[in-house]
Design a protein around this ligand. Structure first.
Ligand SMILES: Cc1cc2nc3c(=O)[nH]c(=O)nc-3n(C[C@H](O)[C@H](O)[C@H](O)COP(=O)(O)OP(=O)(O)OC[C@H]3O[C@@H](n4cnc5c(N)ncnc54)[C@H](O)[C@@H]3O)c2cc1C
Length: 352
């Protein structure tokens, strides 16, 4: 068995059951860290995820050579066997609304509502990440051959879990323009190469020094044969039915230029995807004073990871899941204490 990732690192063995039940929505790094923390403290933990395997973007976004999925699955098995955590995969949690159009929705066989969970559990933690891609907002973005970063990468990663609705991007022999310079953009460049693209361009509106992926990655993809084009802003995707080119403003020369490509992948970031927006008051949570407590505007519903902070990193998501769990346990302890005080107060009145 691969060396398991340890999500339940607080204790070697769980404390005896404390009678409290928590639902975690989303089995990415933040949800797994929260599950491990709470299970170690004797909470009954049930994790819901719309995808067929736990791991979130660690499995369905990041290439397996960076994080072997077997290590994540081994860590999940350990939580199941040793700490009694239950995983309910292929289950999407949403409002009364039907499925959104997010990546991975088609894997879900079961849908459950928040109201149901609120009634069933002592507390809920939302760890649903950022699964909607940002758009460029330029003409031609709806043409055939334009994809978002996640749209492009997700089927490649999900192919091993064979779903009839997942088909790999057809890249063989194509010229591909990748817009963006973050780690997802680099992953798209790598995957396009691996899938047999004839030519790959990486396009960024700023300079190499400002590229979030760093100059090492840019040197590496250039050595691989990709072309780095900096200070270029996409103006429109050209074509009638499908992509035939990308029009760019060249910030160096001040001129407009055209790149002959058959595919455009926009890897310019993702947007948080909570299962329901307004009800949680997430906008206020992000800005407001309760952010550090990870509390939403619904009693006993907490939030952690990229869905709260916007796209970040695995380490930060894990930290967020742990902080939110501590906040959740403190909150439940406080409520239990309040109930006890109320009870004692009533007893006092009866005695008098
Ligand atoms: C292509 C790519 C490459 C990256 N590379 C790196 C890297 O090299 N290093 C690094 O540190 N970070 C990297 N990141 C960022 C990192 O993966 C994320 O910051 C991290 O995974 C966020 O963790 P999370 O738990 O908040 O959310 P996620 O990992 O996104 O997990 C969210 C989970 O919630 C589930 N879910 C969503 N909605 C629902 C719902 N309504 N009902 C049920 N389940 C739901 C999803 O299926 C998913 O499993 C990368 C991101 C991308 C996109």
């Amino acid at each position: 068995m691969s060396n398991p990732m340890n999500f339940a690192f607080l204790r070697k063995e769980a404390l005896p059951p404390n009678g409290r039940k928590v639902a975690i929505i989303g089995a990415g790094p933040s949800g797994l860290a929260a599950s491990g923390y709470l299970a170690c403290l004797g909470y009954e933990v049930v994790v819901y995820d719309k995808l067929p395997q736990p791991g979130g973007l660690m499995v369905f976004g990041i290439p397996k050579k960076r994080i072997p999925p077997e290590r994540i699955q081994a860590g999940v098995k350990r939580m199941e066997r040793q700490f009694g955590v239950l995983f309910r995969t292929k289950t999407k949690i949403c409002c009364s609304a039907p499925l959104h159009e997010e990546e991975g929705d088609h894997f879900s066989c079961d849908i459950r509502g928040l109201g149901e969970l609120v009634r069933e559990y002592d507390a809920i933690m939302i760890c649903t990440g950022s699964w909607k891609s940002r758009k460029l907002g330029i003409p031609g973005e709806k043409l055939k051959g334009v994809h978002s970063g996640l749209e492009f990468l997700f089927p490649i990663r999900a192919a091993r879990y064979a779903s009839p609705n997942v088909s790999m991007p057809a890249v063989q022999g194509k010229r591909v323009a990748v817009v963006g310079a973050g780690h997802s953009a680099v992953d798209v460049v790598d995957s396009a190469h691996a899938l047999g693209a004839e030519k790959v361009y990486m396009i960024y509106r700023r300079t190499v020094r400002e590229a979030p992926c760093g100059s090492y990655e840019i040197d590496r993809i250039e050595e691989m044969g990709a072309t780095w084009l900096e200070r270029r802003t996409p103006l429109s995707v050209m074509g009638d039915d499908s992509v035939v080119g990308l029009e760019l403003a060249n910030g160096v020369t001040g001129e407009t230029e055209t790149l002959d490509v058959d595919m455009v992948v926009t890897a310019i970031g993702e947007i948080p995807t909570p299962p329901f927006q307004q009800e949680l008051g997430l906008e206020n949570v992000r800005k407001g004073e309760v952010r550090w407590l990870h509390m939403t505007s619904i009693d006993n519903v907490f939030v952690a990871g990229d869905v709260l902070t916007g796209p970040s990193k695995i380490g930060k998501a894990i930290y967020s899941g742990l902080r939110a769990s501590r906040s959740l346990t403190n909150w439940l302890d406080l409520k239990a204490q309040d109930r006890e005080d109320e009870y004692n107060y009533d007893e006092d009145k009866i005695d008098r």
